[in-house]
Design a protein around this ligand. Structure first.
Ligand SMILES: Cc1cc2nc3c(=O)[nH]c(=O)nc-3n(C[C@H](O)[C@H](O)[C@H](O)COP(=O)(O)OP(=O)(O)OC[C@H]3O[C@@H](n4cnc5c(N)ncnc54)[C@H](O)[C@@H]3O)c2cc1C
Length: 385
């Protein structure tokens, strides 16, 4: 993939915009972001089906698997147009963006034939079973264990947490320990979420929604062909496609501009648009434009989602989203506590902070930039499990 020809991307953008404006949307579909709640799943699946039928699903997948072989510019344009139209760009992020590319790169032919078509159409939703209570940023400390029996079957025991969409998913991509400590002892598996021994417990977030789950795995039996790639190759598999969520940066900018407009309207209504608030709004508005311009330049230069320029953008975008959320609450003043009309601004503040954690926290992004881009000394490695 590369930045591609800008004129091709512009034609694609215009086609996508007109399709998004005219196509019938499933009942109950809302722009729920990268992960649906369990209640959003039926409309999200129907939407994925609509996208697949029109050739807008899994854009980056090769045509052999129903994708469009789209370059970064086209993918980013679609994400932005979907945000303008107020719809999610796909059912959820894990199947199309993580599992699909993983299976294409590391899976067996049988795994690809079985799973890819159903991800494309939304018949199967997937979740990502990586983080654990003591393994988040330090993912190599994963303790969930998979032990192979004499019959070749695997037995899995452990606990996962922060599993987005786990309560609506048919399958999970599991990172588990099959060997000794560190990266080399990890492997990746496909887990049917209805397998005996899998317990999914939804977690209620402070914004009132329930997108996260705890997942307990107790003596879960997996067939030999549940292993993805080779035993001990888990770290390579797990990190192969990290960073794809960064393609949504333009879409995030759409949301940030909208939030700034709402914030100004709310402050004006309450006579709170004083000099201080005006100055902060202008500062954030400039930051969003700078981010958008940097994002467009990264795409035009053909940067891949894992490139340092996208790492800088992930860091700065998430912190700008957080700051806009916080300023929204300042604009509302005491109304933030009780006014239901202003719920979207309060909600934005509550989820804004999550952006600086998911997909690598701000501190981890700064470590990456310090070490890999600026060439500063590496931080000391602490022993993992
Ligand atoms: C919205 C959202 C969706 C998510 N979805 C999923 C999902 O579907 N599946 C899944 O597996 N996980 C998911 N996660 C979990 C996410 O990957 C972790 O939250 C993230 O990796 C951080 O891990 P942690 O929460 O354990 O925090 P920790 O790693 O315990 O970090 C705690 C604090 O210490 C800081 N810190 C840690 N290490 C260092 C260091 N070396 N240097 C400096 N500071 C450091 C961190 O920046 C953070 O501030 C999701 C998280 C969010 C917010």
């Amino acid at each position: 993939m590369s930045g591609g020809d800008p004129s091709t991307a512009a034609v694609f953008r215009a086609e996508a915009r007109s399709w998004l404006a005219s196509v019938a949307k499933p009942d109950g579909l809302r722009d729920y972001g990268p992960t649906p709640t369990a209640q959003d799943v039926p409309a999200g699946r129907a939407w994925q089906q609509t996208l697949a039928a029109a050739g807008y699903a899994c854009l980056h997948w090769p045509t052999r698997w129903g994708g469009r072989d789209a370059d970064v510019a086209e993918q980013a344009a679609f994400a932005e147009e979907a945000a303008h139209a107020g719809v999610p760009r796909q059912l959820n992020i894990v199947g199309p963006d993580l599992v699909g590319p993983v299976l294409m790169a590391f899976g067996s032919d049988a795994q690809r034939e079985r799973f890819l078509p159903r991800i494309l159409t939304g018949d199967d939703m997937w979740c990502q079973l990586f983080s654990e209570p003591d393994a988040g940023s330090d993912l190599a400390a994963v303790r969930t264990r998979a032990v192979r029996g004499d019959d070749g079957r695997w037995r899995v025991d452990g606990q996962k947490v922060w599993t987005s969409g786990g309560d609506g998913a048919e399958f999970g991509l599991l990172l588990a320990r099959t060997g000794g400590p560190g990266h080399g002892g990890l492997s990746v598996f496909v887990v049917p979420m209805d397998a005996p021994g899998v317990l999914v417990r939804p977690l209620r977030q402070m914004d009132g929604e329930s997108k996260f789950n705890e997942v307990f795995l107790s003596g879960v039996e997996l067939a030999p062909d549940a292993l993805v790639g080779e035993e001990g190759q888990g770290w390579r598999v797990a990190t192969a496609t990290l960073g794809r969520e960064r393609l949504s940066l333009g879409a995030n900018a759409v949301g940030m501009f909208r939030a700034l407009d709402d914030l100004v309207a709310a402050a004006r209504q309450r006579n709170r648009l004083d000099e201080h608030l005006r100055g902060r709004v202008v500062e954030l508005w400039i930051r969003v434009w700078q981010l958008r311009a940097t994002w467009e330049r990264a795409i035009a230069e053909g940067a891949e989602p894992g490139a340092p320029s996208f790492s800088v953008l992930k860091l700065l975008t998430s912190e700008t989203q957080r700051d806009i959320g916080d300023l929204g609450v300042e604009a509302l003043g005491p109304d933030a506590v009780w006014s239901e009309d202003d719920e979207p601004l309060v909600h934005r503040m509550l989820v804004g902070h999550a952006q600086t954690i998911l997909g690598g926290t701000s501190e981890i992004q700064r470590n990456i930039l310090a070490e890999r881009v600026l060439g500063l000394p590496r931080e000391p490695v602490r022993p993992s499990a």
